[in-house]
Design a protein around this ligand. Sequence first.
Ligand code: COI
Length: 353
Amino acid sequence: MDIKISKTHKSRIGEVDFDNLGFGEFFSDHMVTVDYQGGEWKSARIIPFGTIEILPSVCSLHYGQVVFEGLKAFRTKDGSINLFRPEKYHERYNRSCQRLCIPPLEFGFFISGLKELLLLDKDWIPKKKGTSLYIRPFVFATDSFLGVHVSNTYRFMIITSPVGAYYKEGINPVRLITSGEYARAVKGGLGSAKTPANYASSLLPAEEAQKKGFTQVLWLDGAEKRYIEEVGTMNIMFVIDNELVTPPLEGSILPGVTRDTVIQLAQKWGVTVKEEKISIEDVFEATKNGRLQEVFGTGTAAVISPVGWIQHEDELITINNGKIGHFSQKLYDEITGIQYGEKPDIFGWCYRI
Ligand code: COI
């Protein structure tokens, strides 16, 4: 793929406080943009990060024909760049596009634009442990119309952001509350696609949860409001009787890449992994009889996020005394160790640039 590059005249990197990055607050100097017209992806460009012009009538603003991804690049000790599992993220991107009737992108196309962008903005990849460059590829429909139907034209873009921890808690345990009257997704809907609709449906419940002092919502299934699904910004895992239990991928939850990473690591360590339905009653029961050892979320942004408290209806449970558990810490250390090139990458997850 031929990419035309127009460099910025003035880098904004000096405006960034690399010691206080937060999450998704700063954006690197350049971005990738590619158009889909006449049945093909064309005019790939890297241009300075900035505003884009779109008509107020573009259908994606009205009907949400949009897909996005989130992956990370890390600076290793020897100064090179580690992109973590780009093939897996690309695979999910195309699966989400299929659900949203958006034309797919070939991996070669996806990675070559991204590589050029990372090389151009390599100084934006932060160096401190616990930080990374978060990469946000996304695609949106660009036809101008108000009828509800599939667009013929699209724009694919990649922006990047130097980030620290996603939650203000960092690696300290978060507080979750179950979703009550709300539902995130149901089987057959959009729940397994990475599309803004799922995040839009989480906003009001998340606001309400935060007002009550919780970090996030623990989604229960939309039909019976009983079975645990995910946290919206991450998948969820339970350690019960030394076994790892996580809800199965049955169409309503996001197939997390970190979820897959954790499952593969746990299996390699000889831990039994059960991808099976688990109800909120099961979790509370396991707490009461001392079988629930740890709960944690897994996500690209969140990495491993221990859960210290879960509120359901009028009961609150405390997990592992509100402290990070041994298994969560071991996973965090192993995953970040591989990402920063400090531990052997035996699964071949790192794509070196
Ligand atoms: C991610 O973990 O990459 C996500 O997309 C979650 C959130 C930042 C929307």
